[in-house]
Structure formats: structure tokens, C-alpha cells
Design a protein around this ligand. Structure first.
Ligand code: COA
Length: 333
């Protein structure tokens, strides 16, 4: 029998530095009311350049996940790290996490699928466990977005949305029939790659980075907010329905939907369209902003700690973001 995989421990770490909307009001022409109304965000965490790296935030989230799984770091036999904000241009931060955790020479894979990166990573780990190749996989989503934000008036549409943090899960084989990760569903549409992206530095140019690129804001995140919003509300619903149909389940069966924390308005719209009551969706974007690949594991970790994820619950994860990419996972906990 092909084994399924299950999540046996979840953890998270967010930098100590809390940046409120009122703090942003002092830096740019914005208001708490505008940010709350358009995004639901009240505060986010920004990293400390003296102490925080993507790799060490990932390691801190990992230690919490390991403790909750009852495992030690040496038990991990493979690492998957989802981030679009690696510490270096290369190598990826997966190897830095392996070094940070003091692990033997196990494989470390980096995934760059932005907001969908954590579910893509979960899906890859699921396949490795089903084939029997690995038994204790560490899957992490971690981002330092704040260092790419333009905190002046010019960057206000993007910079009020994003935050920093890390979340981690431990995945292991599940002996129960019909439980664990039931299915994962992955999609992309590269026609919209430039609607949400950072252009520079890039390899397909004569010089990877020069003053012009910096002056023209190529190193800042560019977002067509309206376009992202319109696609997100459709794709979230589609990919959740796809997951339910693949398992012959109805939306009423969902015990908790944990959407990627893109924007509270997007999550509220999806909740309304699916007819889910408030206790069947988990949102923490108010406290952390959009932490890209880290948002789902941070939310899962908090939801679990609050007792909102229990054995045999049906948990649905869904994400949409840059690429565009979108994805879902259905889990019988
Ligand atoms: N504070 C105050 N005003 C701001 C602002 C800010 N931080 N950012 C933009 N504005 C202004 C604009 O300049 C514009 O002013 P104008 O009417 O004088 O031209 C006005 O607010 C409306 O701007 P607009 O861009 O049309 O706002 P919007 O209603 O589309 O909201 C987003 C902008 C980004 C909040 C919205 O498009 C959105 O939620 N998009 C999805 C983003 C997302 O989820 N991204 C993550 C995907 S993973």
C-alpha cells in the first residue's frame, strides 16, 4: 500500500520588530484607515538586519516544529525551503538552513513559487514520502520582504502589504487509511509574470545590476494590485473546489480553511462565496501582513496552538500569488 504523508509538527518564528500602520504613517503618505480598509493589516514584523536571516528565522521555526513533532534535528532526512527572498543570489537558503541546523549532508531543495511556494513544497514532500524515499521531511516557508520595500510615498501601495517571518512543518508517513495529505493541486499562468514581480537583478541582461536599474525602481516589488485582486478571487475558489471534487467532498466538509494571507478582503470574499462561517477560516494577516511563502505555515502554527486544528479535522490550504501561481491542499489531520 502506498503510504500517505502527514504533518506531525508545526512551528513559526516572526521577528521581534513590530511595525504598525501608525509607524508607516510617519514614513509615507498613508493612513491606518486606508490600510485597514483595503487590506485588513494593522501591523507586520520587519527583520533586524543585525540578527535575522532567512536561514536563521527558518531554523527557529524548525525547532518549534521539531519539538511539537517529538523529533530532533538529526532525524530530518530532507529539507525543502520555499522562499523568494533568499539570503544570497546563490546558493539557495536551503543549504544555509542545513548548516544552521547542524545537519549531516542531507539534500536541501529551494522552491521559488512565491505565495504558492509552501503548498508546492508540501506537494513535493508528499510525493517523496509516498515513494518511500524520505521519512522525516522538513518543509519551510520563510521570507524577508521588508528589505525590498520602498517606504516612501512612491512605494506605498506595495510596502504596506508585506511583512517578514518563517513557518515550518515536519512531514512523516501516515499509517492511517484515508488520512494525512489527501491531495495537492498546483497551477501556474506565466502570462501574468510581470503583474507582481521584482525585475532586477536578473541574469538575462548585459549587466545584472547597475545604477539605472536602482534609479528606475527595478529592485522594488512591482504590483498591479487590481489585476492581482481580480485573478486571486477567482483562482482561490477554483482550486479549493478542485481539491474538494478530487476527494468527492462538499465544501460543508471543510473544518478549517487556511488561505495564504494575501489580503483580508480577498480572504473575506472567498469565505463569502464558499459560504463558510467565521469559525471555518483562519486569518492572521492583521498581525503579520502578507509574508508570502511563510504565511500559510505561520497561520497553521497559530491555528494549531489555539486548538483550531484537531485530529480528523479536514483542513484546506489554498494560495495564490506571483507567477501567477495558485495551489491547494486537502488534509485529513
Ligand atoms: N495609502 C494611502 N493611499 C494609497 C496607498 C496607501 N498605502 N496606496 C495607494 N493609495 C492611493 C492611490 O494612490 C489611489 O489614489 P488616487 O485615487 O488619488 O489615484 C487610491 O489610493 C486608490 O488606489 P488603487 O490602487 O486603485 O487602490 P485599490 O483599491 O485597488 O487598492 C490594493 C490597492 C493594493 C490594496 C488592492 O489593489 C489589492 O488589494 N490588490 C491585491 C493585492 C494583493 O493581495 N497582493 C498580494 C498578492 S499575493
Amino acid at each position: 500500500m502506498i503510504k500517505r504523508s502527514k504533518i506531525t509538527g508545526i512551528g513559526h518564528y516572526v521577528p521581534e520588530n513590530i511595525v504598525t500602520n501608525q509607524d508607516l504613517e510617519k514614513l509615507m503618505d498613508t493612513t491606518d484607515a486606508w490600510i485597514v480598509e483595503r487590506t485588513g493589516i494593522r501591523q507586520r514584523r520587519f527583520f533586524n538586519p543585525e540578527t535575522d536571516t532567512v536561514a536563521n528565522m527558518s531554523a527557529k521555526a524548525t525547532h518549534m516544529a521539531l519539538e511539537r513533532a517529538g523529533l530532533q534535528a538529526k532525524d530530518i532526512d530532507f529539507i525543502i525551503l520555499a522562499t523568494i527572498t533568499p539570503d544570497y543570489f546563490f546558493p539557495g537558503s536551503g543549504v544555509l538552513l542545513q548548516r544552521e541546523l547542524g545537519l549531516k549532508e542531507i539534500g536541501a531543495l529551494d522552491i521559488r513559487n512565491a505565495c504558492s511556494g509552501f503548498i508546492y513544497s508540501l506537494s513535493i514532500a508528499d510525493q517523496f514520502i509516498k515513494t518511500g524515499m524520505y521519512k522525516n521531511i522538513l518543509v519551510v516557508g520563510a521570507e524577508i520582504q521588508s528589505s525590498a520595500m520602498d517606504l516612501s510615498d512612491a512605494g506605498r501601495t506595495v510596502s504596506v502589504i508585506f511583512g517578514d517571518g518563517a513557518g515550518a512543518v515536519i512531514m512523516q508517513p501516515d499509517d492511517r487509511p484515508d488520512a494525512g495529505i489527501l491531495s495537492t493541486h498546483l497551477h501556474s499562468d506565466g502570462r501574468h509574470a510581470e503583474e507582481l514581480y521584482i525585475k532586477d537583478p536578473g541574469s538575462s541582461r548585459h549587466v545584472r545590476l547597475n545604477k539605472d536599474m536602482i534609479d528606475q525602481q527595478g529592485i522594488r516589488a512591482h504590483m498591479n494590485g487590481n489585476m492581482v485582486f481580480k485573478h486571486a478571487i477567482v483562482r482561490f475558489q477554483e482550486v479549493i473546489k478542485e481539491a474538494l471534487e478530487a476527494n468527492n467532498l462538499q465544501k460543508e466538509a471543510i473544518d478549517l480553511l487556511i488561505p495564504h494571507q494575501a489580503n483580508l478582503r480577498i480572504s473575506n470574499y472567498v469565505q463569502e462565496q464558499l459560504g463558510l462561517s467565521d469559525d471555518k477560516i483562519y486569518n492572521n494577516i492583521m498581525r503579520y501582513g502578507n509574508t508570502t511563502a511563510a504565511s500559510i505555515p505561520i497561520a497553521m502554527s497559530e491555528a494549531w496552538a489555539e486548538g483550531k486544528i484537531k485530529e480528523n479535522d479536514l483542513i484546506c490550504l489554498a494560495a495564490f500569488g506571483s507567477g501567477f501561481t495558485w495551489a491547494s491542499a486537502l488534509i485529513k489531520w
